[in-house]
Design a protein around this ligand. Structure first.
Ligand SMILES: Nc1ncnc2c1ncn2[C@@H]1O[C@H](COP(=O)(O)OP(=O)(O)O)[C@@H](O)[C@H]1O
Ligand SMILES: [Mg+2]
Length: 437
């Protein structure tokens, strides 16, 4: 037997994790615990000790940029000493002797993962990863070879990371041998010097500090636009079983992605409030896919609301997406041009009264809860701009719905002017609105 040594000296708590980790593990850790170092080394160990033919592992960060910037250098550092290790930087792939492979990926383009089998997967900063990734893509990839998974991150409210942690904890406490969970708080690990913790506490709110350093899931999501409003909707019973009404038309509101996800909200105007009855999102699909998706549902459609970029002509076909959708039987209504800020404000007003079907709009609601401002670390405050991540598509489509004027009008938008504007060479009349409560 050949001995392979990796230049990694786990800290005592990291060692404790490696010794105890099972097929499925969840670790909730404070900021700068050494999560990524630990995760990369666990993955490496799993592959090196795997005796199946051609084992494959994946390290997944919330974005490709994060995987490349942070995990790739750790991968190089720790597997660089393995004789025969080969690094393919353009594909962010490490090939180890014995036909073993590690892929580094960003969760924002999960399509690279489709069809891959995996023996072990690490999801780093899982609270920031699209919740659909695991059930839709990772779990099927693990099934073929009884692969294992490791979820690791810092809390970000009661989201899918909490759900994963909570479910895993129950399995672990019930003595199920496949499961292991652990929590590492800064006050207990002693890894961060006291003066740094004091400085951190001064630079953020108590809630935020508890979240980042004391692993509290309880803290409100920092910088969230709609988190509290969705919580209020839940408290008021407005997230519920909501049957659609066949005698009323169903309207849709879209966010169009080209290489990104396209998101669609389905809603009806009911007597008392607007009802959001369904939600659909998919990445890497053409317009035909969405047109088919719409006609596959039992609804009778009213209007289809789309943002103004639907008028832009595409380079290849010379047709606009509006024309293509029209040919597919979807007549678009372009919503008024509003700034992102105003659109968010209109969404907030709407969120105080609208009702959601808990199950069918679940994935959209998850995203609305977590849609948040971009944090500017240099100036230590949240900027006016939203963070672009997996939550953006649902939030943008919701914003389109909030500015959509249906047959009964939008109660919170008042038309103030009509202005002529030139868009893509044609003269368009655009209605201008202001928002009121
Ligand atoms: N076992 C270790 N030995 C030495 N340095 C470590 C070890 N684990 C982590 N570090 C260092 O601690 C810092 C934080 O590690 P990292 O894994 O990036 O933290 P996190 O992902 O939790 O923010 C990095 O500078 C890293 O090199
Ligand atoms: Mg990290």
């Amino acid at each position: 037997m050949r001995r392979i040594s990796v230049p990694y000296f786990p800290r005592p708590l990291q060692k404790q994790f490696h010794d105890r980790a099972t097929r499925f593990s969840v670790a909730v850790c404070h900021r700068r615990f050494g999560k990524t170092v630990m995760a990369v080394n666990e993955l490496l160990r799993r592959l090196l000790t795997n005796d199946l033919p051609r084992p494959q592992g994946a390290y997944i960060a919330p974005t490709y940029g994060q995987a490349k910037r942070i995990a790739w250098s750790y991968c190089r550092e720790f597997s660089g000493a393995i004789p025969g290790a080969n690094f393919n930087e353009t594909e962010l792939r490490v090939d180890l002797p014995g036909d073993k492979r590690i892929w580094l990926l960003g969760a924002e383009n999960p399509d690279r993962l489709r069809g891959l089998y995996l023996d072990y997967v690490v999801m780093d900063e899982y609270a920031d990863i699209n919740p659909r990734l695991f059930p839709e893509i990772i779990r099927p990839a693990l099934a073929e070879r009884n692969g294992g998974a490791f979820w690791i991150g810092t809390p970000r409210g009661y989201n899918h990371f909490w759900e994963m942690f909570d479910a895993a904890k129950r399995s672990y406490e019930a003595g199920k041998p496949d499961w292991y969970v652990c929590t590492f708080k800064a006050s207990e690990t002693g890894l961060i010097p006291d003066n740094e913790l004091v400085a951190a506490a001064q630079s953020m709110s108590t809630e935020q500090y508890k979240q980042e350093f004391e692993c509290s899931f309880n803290a409100a999501i920092s910088g969230s636009y709609y988190g509290r409003l969705v919580t209020d909707a839940e408290r008021d019973g407005r997230i519920c079983v909501l049957p659609w009404e066949p005698v009323r038309p169903v309207h849709t509101a879209w966010d169009l992605g080209i290489s990104d996800s396209t998101a669609i909200w389905f809603f009806q105007e009911a007597d008392v409030a607007r009802n959001y009855i369904d939600y659909y999102e998919a990445a890497g699909e053409g317009l035909l896919h969405f047109a088919k998706g719409l006609s596959g549902k039992p609804y009778v459609y009213g209007e289809h609301f789309l943002p103004h970029d639907v008028r832009v002509r595409e380079l290849g076909s010379g047709k606009s997406r509006m024309e293509i959708l029209g040919e597919l039987g979807i007549r678009c209504r372009v919503t008024p041009r509003l700034s992102v800020q105003d659109g968010i404000e209109a969404s907030r007003v709407l969120l105080r009264t609208c009702v959601f079907d808990a199950e069918k709009t679940g994935p959209g609601l998850d995203a609305l809860r977590q849609y948040r401002r971009l944090f500017d670390p240099a100036r230590r405050h949240f900027s006016d701009k939203p963070l672009h991540d997996w939550t953006s598509h649902a939030a943008d489509a919701f914003r389109i719905s909030a500015t959509a004027e249906t047959d009964i009008g939008r109660p919170n938008l008042r038309k103030v002017a009509k202005t002529g504007r030139t868009e893509t060479g044609e003269h368009a009349i655009v209605d201008e609105y202001e928002i009121f409560d």
